[in-house]
Structure formats: structure tokens, C-alpha cells
Design a protein. Structure first.
Length: 219
């Protein structure tokens, strides 16, 4: 990956029942390649889930985002039509849906405990309050609520195939990560930082906003 962004929030002993991650991808390219995500962990598991946005090529003159909601916890199950078994080649469940959007809008990526160990991912447009179901899955019985900190990322996944790539060919993108919040309080995102094999080579910049951080990377 290219950029990491950590977050923290105070949680009750049993963990959170819901969390929302604001994101705004105003100047992201309308092309497949980038993935903007926040990861989250669960009480009783060492593995994580993530929720995020992937730009897509425009379709019929409309701009498209692909929303993702995945679990990497072994033993996760699903009966959701938007989901399938497996996550990035390992155990878990992956869910996704495509939605016609305005890239200028800000979205809340919401993870909610529906009942028991069933979790749902929802994309909420802050401007219109339109809600889009991304997917849902069931974690193993021993898992609890969402834990108090994790790390998100900016990734350019065409580079994940292991083939050599030139850092100066990275397309420009801009993404804002807002402070996470929950029905039981609000948290903070930390200052984004570079990592991976192109540190110092992709025009990385970050600016603090009133409610989070903006990241620019690429050319």
C-alpha cells in the first residue's frame, strides 16, 4: 500500500456496536485502481474487517464508486447476495456493490451490529442521507464488539500483482479521512503517513482538516 491512517475511539468493555468512517474522494480518478479503506477489529479475534471505496470507470456518463465490506475472520459466513466467501485469497467474506454517485459528496461508511454476531456495512451519503446496503456477514460466536483502534490505508491495487512498477507513474488522487464516530461517542484519525516501496517518490502530501485529514498522492 501507499498511505496508512490510524484511528482511535473510546469503547465500552464489550466493544462498539457501530462505527462510522467519513470519506470524501472528490479528486479521485474515475478509473479502477485505487482503494480507500478503514480496518476495524473485534473483541475475541486477532483478525480484522475493512470497509472502503474503490473508484470505477464512468458508465453511461455517470460516476461510479464500488463500496467494499469484508471480514478476514476465519469462520465468517454469509447468505447476503452482495457477498461471497473468501477475502483477498484467505478466509473470511467479501461484499461489494456499485453505486452511481457524485464524487464531491462525503460518505459515511457505517459498520453496524444487526443482532448477535451479524454485522452490516452501509454507505450513507451525508448530503442526501441516501443509504446503500454494501453487505452483511456473521462472525464466529466467540467474537464481540468493535475494538478501539486500527489502521486504514490508501492502496493502488494494480501494483499488487508483484510485477515491477514505476513510482512516478502513480496517478494523482485525493482522499479525505474524517474522524470516526459511533452512537457512543466520537474518535480521531491520526496524521496519515507513507509506507511501502514508494516512500518519498509519489508526491505525498497531507493536510489537517477540522474533522480529519486530507491526503494527496500521485501525479
Amino acid at each position: 500500500a501507499l498511505v496508512g491512517v490510524s484511528w482511535t475511539i473510546s469503547t465500552p468493555p464489550s466493544g462498539l456496536h457501530d462505527i462510522a468512517f467519513p470519506m470524501k474522494a472528490t479528486k479521485a480518478p474515475h478509473r479502477t485502481g485505487y482503494f480507500f479503506a478503514q480496518q476495524f477489529g473485534f473483541k475475541g479475534s486477532n483478525d480484522v474487517g475493512y470497509i472502503g471505496l474503490q473508484p470505477r470507470n464512468d458508465q453511461n456518463g455517470r460516476s461510479i464508486l464500488h463500496a467494499v465490506f469484508s471480514s478476514f475472520v476465519a469462520g465468517t459466513t454469509t447468505t447476503d447476495a452482495n457477498c461471497q466467501s473468501g477475502a483477498d485469497g484467505g478466509p473470511g467474506v467479501s461484499c461489494g456493490t456499485e453505486i452511481a454517485v457524485n464524487y464531491d459528496d462525503e460518505f459515511n461508511l457505517v459498520v453496524t451490529n444487526v443482532r448477535g454476531t451479524t454485522w452490516e456495512g452501509t454507505l450513507v451519503n451525508q448530503a442526501t442521507q441516501r443509504k446503500t446496503h454494501i453487505g452483511s456477514w456473521v462472525l464466529p460466536a466467540e467474537t464481540g464488539g468493535i475494538t478501539s483502534s486500527q489502521t486504514g490505508f490508501v492502496e493502488y491495487y494494480p501494483w499488487n500483482d508483484g510485477a515491477s512498477h514505476s513510482c512516478n507513474n502513480l496517478p494523482f488522487t485525493q482522499i479525505s479521512f474524517g474522524n470516526p464516530f459511533s452512537s457512543s461517542g466520537s474518535g480521531k484519525v491520526g496524521q496519515p503517513y507513507e509506507y511501502g516501496d514508494c516512500v518519498g517518490k509519489v508526491a505525498f502530501m497531507t493536510d489537517q482538516l477540522s474533522d480529519g485529514y486530507k491526503v494527496k498522492v500521485g501525479f
